[in-house]
Design a protein around this ligand. Structure first.
Ligand code: C2E
Ligand code: CA
Ligand code: CA
Length: 627
């Protein structure tokens, strides 16, 4: 490409010579006789594709070379500037370099070859700079385009990632979290549990013969069932707990801080019930059973994969077992416990059906009156193989399963019937106490059930006394509700006793706000009476306080004469315990309370109660003479 060279010199001969030399190299040449003229030419030209190289003499009338080049540099920085001088004064050279930004300095007289080389170099340099410049511009342009491209690309990648993540993290059929997300969640749950020293439960749920649904009703129906089940399960879990579809017909629940293993078993049972409820699909009811495997952090594993696979293994074991609807713990130990619990639950239902429950009665004695004033009804289970089983072994199952309600209703009915028949034969009013579990008391239906039983049995509550024993812990619940409930019971003519007093949380001030008639001092206090002086003081305080509130005090678990004497001296009103009698069967109780037999204090009697024709008055006299 040919470039233009502008020659500036006030000496026309030199100008002409240089012009010839430079033109011979294929350059276009413009000439100017002064700096001012040169500026005019530059101004008129289109510098971009016009004049890249300027060669100027230093000494000229008017503007000198350095001044000219300095101005050109400012206005057209891309030009290549060369200074020609006959007198290379160092100052001039410095100025030319610093102010004029020259590419080269030529000294006069200069050889034509030297001029030619300088111009060629300048042209090359100009070309290089220009190319570099263009390249940079291009690069910048390309960069800009790239930026735009990459930002749209980024957006697309992001939305695609989001889509992919969603597909990975959520199950498209049910909308539930996937195994991947569940792994994350379990990981978090484990971390939190580790900090709080808590347990995390993993329940793996499979469906029994789900493939049959698919085969007989089609995949759409199968999918519909899975979706409905997902909804049910989701409604079932609490905030913070998670439910996921792992694959196929396998679901998983992660429960934080699920408490005891009993609670976990209860939960598994409830989930199985949720699964077993019929699904309505295409107007058809489908019933399906589930099976659940359970693993626990930290017992059965420390990582999500471990816990999942152990829960799944447990699930596989229980699958198909008796049509399933069953659960199983991964740990053998827990399994034994839970299977015995399951069979116990089943046995309890059977026991109720087969009328294996029995009511035993423990006589309550008033030494001052010298007679048995009544009895406390205590439940027993007449097991076909194990014999008579005490309530400590099965009461919790009744409470857990809710069977306590029908069982108590049955017991209450039985007690009321007996009370009616004794009352007909007894000359004194008879007291009959029934234990009511707090769980039951809280049910709205409770009062109605009691009313129904009293009505059905024809019990006259103005002549005989029915009492309910409740534990202090009921008082932990909403005070107003408790007051209302207890008042309702009182209004029916039923008395109330606080059972196991001293073992719970009851503050004495509570008692003043409640319609209570009796306080039963717990056996543990009676036991301590003969051991420490402090125990006596505590029991004394309880009795005085109770009396000041017009409450009767009954001591439970009196086993020795010594205990009886102390309690009598402390002002206790009535007594119950092995010293007088162990709980006795219904027949013996009827005989005793209708006055046909009498009670003898007999230590360590064996159930059933031994009857001896010795009157209790003797006992009263005996203890009086000893005291
Ligand atoms: P509780 O109400 O404190 O009943 C007293 C328990 O102490 C009875 O145990 C009785 O047999 C026992 N006992 C009585 N005198 C003595 C004694 O001198 N020494 C000793 N060591 N024990 C004595 P049981 O019958 O095993 O009842 C245990 C608990 O089960 C009862 O404690 C009561 O809380 C509950 N329970 C019993 N029957 C029923 C029921 O029908 N319904 C409800 N909800 N709970 C019941
Ligand atoms: Ca009791
Ligand atoms: Ca008690």
């Amino acid at each position: 490409m040919s470039h233009t060279v502008l020659l500036v010199d006030d000496e026309p001969s030199l100008l002409a010579t240089l012009q010839i030399i430079i033109q011979s190299q294929g350059f276009q040449v413009l000439t100017a006789a002064s700096g001012e003229a040169a500026l005019e030419i530059l101004q008129a030209s289109h510098i971009d594709d016009g004049i890249p190289i300027i060669i100027s003499d230093q000494r000229m009338p008017g503007m000198n070379g350095v001044q000219l080049l300095e101005q050109i540099r400012q206005q057209w920085p891309q030009t290549i500037r060369i200074l020609l001088t006959g007198d290379p004064d160092p100052q001039v050279v410095m100025d030319a370099i610093n102010r004029g930004g020259i590419f080269k300095l030529l000294t006069k007289p200069c050889e034509s070859a030297e001029v030619m080389r300088a111009v060629r170099d300048a042209a090359q340099h100009f070309q290089a700079v220009r190319e570099h410049h263009l390249l940079t511009e291009e690069l910048q342009q390309a960069n800009q385009e790239l930026k735009v491209l990459s930002s749209t690309l980024e957006e697309r990648v992001e939305s695609k990632t989001q889509e992919l993540m969603e597909a990975l993290y959520y199950d498209s059929l049910t909308g539930l979290p996937s195994r991947l997300l569940m792994t994350d969640r379990l990981e978090l749950a484990i971390k939190a549990a580790r900090r709080a020293n808590e347990m995390v439960t993993v329940l793996f749920l499979g469906l029994e013969q789900f493939s049959l649904v698919n085969e007989s009703m089609g995949h759409e129906a199968g999918n519909g069932l899975l979706r409905l089940l997902a909804e049910r399960l989701q409604m079932y879990v609490w905030d913070g707990d998670s439910v996921a579809r792992m694959y196929g017909d396998k679901f998983c629940l992660v429960i934080n801080n699920s408490g005891t293993t009993e609670k976990v078993g209860e939960l598994a049972d409830k989930i199985l019930n949720v699964v077993a409820e019929p699904f309505f699909i295409n107007g058809q009811a489908i019933s399906i059973n589930g099976h659940i495997g359970i693993s626990l952090f930290p017992n059965d594993g420390e990582t999500p994969p471990e816990l999942f696979s152990h829960a799944e293994a447990a699930m596989r074991e229980v699958r198909g077992e008796h049509g399933s609807n069953n659960y199983r713990f991964y740990s053998e130990e827990l399994n034994k416990l839970s299977t015995s619990r399951i069979s116990l639950q089943a046995e309890m239902r059977r026991a109720l059906q087969n009328e294996e429950f029995r009511v035993f009665y423990q006589p309550r004695v008033n030494v001052r009156l010298g007679r048995v004033v009544g009895a406390e009804a205590l439940i027993r289970w007449q097991h076909p193989e194990r014999g008579l089983v005490g309530p400590d072994e099965f009461l919790f199952i009744l409470e857990e399963t809710g069977l306590i309600e029908p069982v108590t209703e049955w017991l209450l009915r039985r007690v009321c019937e007996k009370l009616v028949s004794i009352q007909e034969k007894s000359e004194h009013p008879v007291h009959m106490a029934v234990n009511i579990s707090p769980r039951q008391l809280k049910r709205d239906s409770f009062i109605d059930i009691v009313k129904g039983v009293v009505r059905d049995t024809g019990l006259d509550l103005s002549k005989s006394f029915l009492e309910f024993e409740i534990t202090e812990n009921i008082l932990l619940h909403d005070m107003r509700q408790v007051q209302q409930l207890l008042s309702g019971i009182k209004d029916m003519g039923i008395s109330l006793a606080i059972d196991d007093f001293g073992t719970g949380y009851c503050s004495l001030s509570y008692l003043t706000q409640l319609p209570i008639d009796y306080l039963k001092i717990d056996r543990s206090f009676v036991l301590k009476l003969t051991e420490t002086q402090g125990a006596k003081a505590v029991v004394h305080a309880i009795i005085s306080m109770a009396h000041s509130l017009f409450l009767h005090v009954i001591a439970e678990g009196v086993e020795t004469h010594e205990q009886l004497e102390i309690l009598q001296r402390l002002g206790c009103d009535e007594f119950q315990g092995w010293y007088f009698s162990k709980p006795i069967c219904e027949k013996d109780m009827l005989a005793l309370l209708s006055g046909k037999t009498h009670l003898v204090h007999y230590l360590a009697q064996v159930e059933p109660f031994r009857i001896d024709p010795v009157d209790l008055k003797d006992l009263d006299n005996a203890s009086a003479t000893r005291a």
